[in-house]
Ligand binder design. Structure first.
Ligand code: ATP
Length: 482
């Protein structure tokens, strides 16, 4: 840990200092006596289970919340903005009905008057080219027309863009969650360059491999406290998993384990050529934005499934973009969880409250939703816990087909392992999963994989042919493994 003795002088002054900072929401202590300094040149990895307090810490650093106790300060600057602190949020903050340029204007206050578009276009292009060389994003694109990955890339580029106050500390909360491996690697390389040039970064992720690749210091949070803060070289992967408080056993392998099984008849066929049999876990792979999400959405909509209908749905959907397609913000956690299972909860046209509560409590335990009360608003949950609710919503139905659009975004590794087991178990009972993932490990463990390129299927792989090499070859133009 950086010494509390700020007179040391050998290092540059920290960009931000938290001293005994706490934050409570009612009776819940989301952050408890946190001490943390971040100095120029440092690349800090911040890890912890879902609900550990990472986003709360970021919200204190970026001035969104005031601490309930303790202090947050910015040596040499009056506030986080003047200190050059930029945050890239997990949930995405871009306005969908504005263009990329207009979104930059929202956060950069000097962009006004005649010619602002030219200045803005130069800033955003320079940032995009620096972070994501080869990207295909234009400054006049409407955010609503972009894929989730593209809008995440824009959000990141805005974080690093030149502006009235230069970026000195960039905080990235789960920045790679909808980026594919290639684009994620570009970002990690950029963060390292930024810190080598004297910038500082806080990188929050459940992808521990990325944390090890980018951070020179790792801070572990657990139940609102910092329980470890050391140079990266002082952690092993298993040590880190243990520190986070996950059950560390040999089940911590990535992805559901593929098993040789007798699969049933074909239960679905899409116009693109995706086929799935009963009990099969089918992965959709390829670089992000090559038509996978659209294929899923088309299939799902063609089923005529509707969560408002009390008929038995034939397919349920687990959204990746939870803010747009998943979470009903005005409803409780419990109602968000049970809304797709209304067919089992309705008696004589009325919702059976006792049954609803029982399902809520059952899934809270099974999937570990961290909340004191399932009747609380869904937005009081941490991002990863909201995602768990969307999972539970789908699995709590009796739908034979589960369509998942990169559903593990923001879910911690302990929970992932449990969800993988659940998916395997459900598949063994005859459920079919159609799963788009940006994580190679998840794809490698599917029973069958369709690789997408430029909106069409470029390869179908099964069994031993599901390898990283085959998937990458089919993802890029040089691949022809059809
Ligand atoms: N606005 C709020 N109202 C009530 N409780 C909240 C609110 N925001 C966060 N919390 C609670 O504070 C705790 C810490 O949440 P936080 O979002 O900081 O976790 P996190 O470590 O970022 O989790 P994740 O990995 O899932 O993003 C959680 O128990 C959460 O439910």
């Amino acid at each position: 840990m950086v010494s509390g003795d700020t007179e040391a002088g050998a290092r540059a002054a920290p960009v931000v200092m938290l001293e005994g900072a706490s934050k409570s929401f009612g009776a819940l202590k989301a952050m408890d006596h946190v001490d943390l300094h971040v100095s120029p040149g440092e690349s800090l990895g911040l890890v912890g289970h879902n609900g550990a307090g990472k986003s709360t810490l970021v919200n204190l650093i970026t001035g969104l919340f005031a601490p309930s106790a303790g202090r947050v300060s910015y040596p040499g600057a009056s506030d986080h903005r003047m200190a050059g602190i930029r945050a890239i949020s997990q949930e995405g903050t871009l306005c969908p009905n504005l263009t990329v340029l207009e979104n930059l204007q929202v956060v950069q206050r000097d962009l006004n008057g005649w010619g602002w578009r030219r200045v803005a276009a130069r800033r955003i292009r320079t940032a995009l080219d620096a972070v994501f060389p080869g990207h295909r994003i234009r400054p006049d694109m409407l955010v609503a027309d972009m894929s989730l990955a593209e809008s995440q890339m824009v959000e990141i580029a805005i974080g690093f863009a030149e502006g009235p106050i230069p970026a000195r500390l960039v905080v990235l909360d789960e920045p790679t969650s909808s980026l594919d491996a290639q684009v994620s690697a570009q970002l990690l390389a950029h963060i390292r360059r930024f810190c080598a040039a004297g910038g500082a970064a806080i990188f929050i992720s459940h992808m521990l491999g990325e944390v090890f690749a980018v951070a020179d210091r790792i801070v572990v949070m657990r139940d609102g406290r910092i329980i470890a803060d050391r140079p990266t070289s002082g952690f092993s992967r298993q040590g880190l998993v243990d520190a986070m408080g996950h059950v560390a056993d040999d089940r911590n392998q990535p992805g559901p384990t593929a098993q040789a099984r007798n699969l049933g008849d074909t239960v679905l066929r899409t116009p693109e050529g995706i086929e799935a049999r009963r009990g099969e876990i089918v992965g959709l792979a390829g670089l992000a934005g090559h038509g996978q999400a659209e294929a899923l959405a088309r299939f799902y909509l063609s089923q005529g499934s509707d969560w408002r209908s009390t008929a038995r749905p034939s397919a349920v959907f687990v959204a990746g973009d939870r803010r747009r397609d998943g979470v009903m913000p005005v409803w409780s956690i419990r109602r968000n969880l049970t809304l797709a299972a209304l067919e089992t909860l309705t008696r004589h046209g009325l919702i059976d409250r006792a049954a609803e509560t029982a399902i809520g409590t059952d899934w809270q335990k099974r999937i570990g939703i961290r909340t004191p009360d399932m009747g609380n608003p869904i937005l009081s949950l941490s991002g990863g816990n909201q995602q768990k609710v969307l999972f539970a919503r789908a699995l709590a139905t009796s739908a034979p087909v589960v369509v998942m659009d990169d559903p593990m975004r923001g879910v911690d590794i302990g929970t992932k392992t449990e969800v993988y087991d659940m998916i395997r178990h459900e598949a063994a009972q005859g459920r079919t999963f159609l799963w788009y993932s940006t994580e190679m490990d998840e794809i490698l463990n599917c029973d069958r994989v369709f690789v997408f390129r430029d909106g069409a299927i470029s390869a179908e792989l099964e069994g031993p042919r599901i390898t990283e090499e085959n998937i990458l070859a089919a993802s890029f133009e040089f691949g022809d493994a059809a």
